[in-house]
Every structure is written in C-alpha cells, then in structure tokens.
Design a protein around this ligand. Structure first.
Ligand code: 3PY
Ligand code: MG
Length: 261
C-alpha cells in the first residue's frame, strides 16, 4: 500500500507542512498539491464540497507526493467511510470534545477488529495498492481537532485514546468558545495560554500537536514551539493574497489607484 509519509514524519518527531483546500476545484487542488506540501487537506467542513468533487480532488492530489487528507464535515461513520473510500489518506475530525468522541472517530476510520469501517468499494487498489485493506488501519492518519475550551481542559484524556495520531488546534473556534471570537483575529493572553496547554498536554501523552497558521511566519514560529502538523493558511487565502498584492503593485506603478479611475 502507498505509505503515509505524513504519518511517518509525525512519528519521527518532524514537522509535516500542509495547507487547506477550501475551493471545490480539481485544478486548484492539483496546483496546490504540486507546490511541494507534505499533505493537503480538502476542507469538507467549511468548503462547499460534494463527495464527487472530493473524489476528483483526491485523485488530482494523488498525482503528487502530497498526502490527500480531508477535514470531514462532522464525526460521522458514513462521511468517514465514504471519504476514505474516495481516496483520503487521513482525516481531520472537527470539534472533538471528549475521549468518547475521539474513540468514535478512530472506530469509524478503521476496519475490524479495531473499528467498524465497512469494507467495500475497490477504487483504493488504483491509488493505494491491492493490499490496501491489509494496511489501511496503520497507514490512515487520524487527527482530532481541539478547538473548544472544554476540549482543552480534557486534552490529555482525549489524546490518550489509542489510534489518535495527532491533534490540530482550530484557533478561531477556540477563540469563539472562549468568548473571544468577534473579529476572528481577536487574540487575548488566555487564548495563547489555552494553545500552550494543548501543546503541553500533547507532549505529555506523546501525541504530535498541530495548529492552523495564518502565515508562513506563523508556521516558522509554531514549528519552533514544537508543533508538528502545521497548516499554512488556505488555497483561497494564497490566491487572494497573491492577486491583491500583484494588483496593488501594478496600480502603484502605473498611477491608477482605484478600479475604473
Ligand atoms: C478554526 O480555527 O476553528 C479552524 O477550524 C481552523 O481550521
Ligand atoms: Mg474550526
């Protein structure tokens, strides 16, 4: 079976860098996957994804070395099996707030005896190999999101669940759960303390921690802090950021500051 290189990086204590795909588009997934990330995650929680679209995006990503991953819409056995059958080599499970929820995520992602994932389909042989059913339980990466203050309080318990390969902090939802959400960028020392508590808890139980970063600089800083599963912004932000910057530079140069002037 195709080896999960991201899982191996994390196990080796190394950073694994990736980005988020919010745009439901096969070609933008292809472009982003070719950029050289260790992994790319299709965001089916907040991106307007259909299962057919995800299937095609995983296929496009699969033409590269980047691991195709998916942030699933919710911790649900049907979503998880369909998304894994469509070609995701890992899942990111939003809003996990208890050990029981973490256990469920692991159970839904694994074939028996470790879990209850139904065995079927068969397209996996083309993107992973004929021996996929024998090795999928070991190769598929299960990442639980810690993005509520209740989860922060129970982080060691949640991350001690066998089969949880890494955790991933959602800084925005975490802020909202702490009453700091307005403006999304609102940052308060207590938010930083909660993030540090997750990192310390993850280190204590020996599970790699990750976080969604807003910039390249933040990725550097979080890697330095000891975070390993590092998401650098998203396709949408990269595209909009580069385009607006380009337009600004051109307008400054040609002396036409605004549209239509
Ligand atoms: C959050 O910040 O809440 C996220 O889910 C980031 O992926
Ligand atoms: Mg979130």
């Amino acid at each position: 079976m195709r080896l999960n290189t991201t899982k191996r990086l994390l196990k080796a204590g190394k950073p694994a860098i990736g980005t988020w795909l919010n745009l439901p588009c096969v070609n933008s997934a292809e472009v982003m996957a070719h950029a050289g990330w260790d992994w790319v995650t299709v965001d089916a929680e907040h991106g307007p994804m259909t299962i057919e679209m995800m299937n095609n995006m995983f296929t496009a990503i699969g033409t590269t070395q980047a691991m195709p991953m998916c942030r699933i819409p919710e911790n649900d056995p049907v979503w998880i099996k369909q998304i894994l059958d469509a070609g995701a080599m890992g899942i990111v499970v939003p809003m996990v707030c208890s050990a029981e929820e973490a256990e469920n995520a692991v159970k839904y992602a694994k074939y028996a005896p470790e879990g209850i994932r139904s065995a079927g389909g068969g397209r996996w042989r083309f993107w992973a190999g004929d021996d996929y059913p024998m090795h999928a339980n070991d190769e598929i990466l299960v990442v639980v999101m810690i993005e509520h203050i209740e989860a922060v309080q129970k982080v060691e318990e949640i991350l001690s669940v066998p089969g949880v390969d890494a955790c991933f902090i959602g800084p925005n939802d975490l802020a909202w759960s702490m009453g700091l959400g307005k403006g999304l960028g609102a940052r308060d020392p207590s938010h930083g303390e909660a993030i540090n508590k997750v990192l310390a808890g993850a280190k204590k139980v020996g599970v790699p921690a990750g976080i969604h970063c807003r910039s390249v600089e933040e990725v550097w800083q979080r890697a330095e802090q000891g975070f390993q599963f590092l998401a650098c912004t998203s396709d949408l932000n990269f595209m909009f950021g580069a385009a607006t910057q380009g337009v600004k530079q051109i307008r400054e140069k040609i002396g036409r500051p605004n549209i239509g002037e």
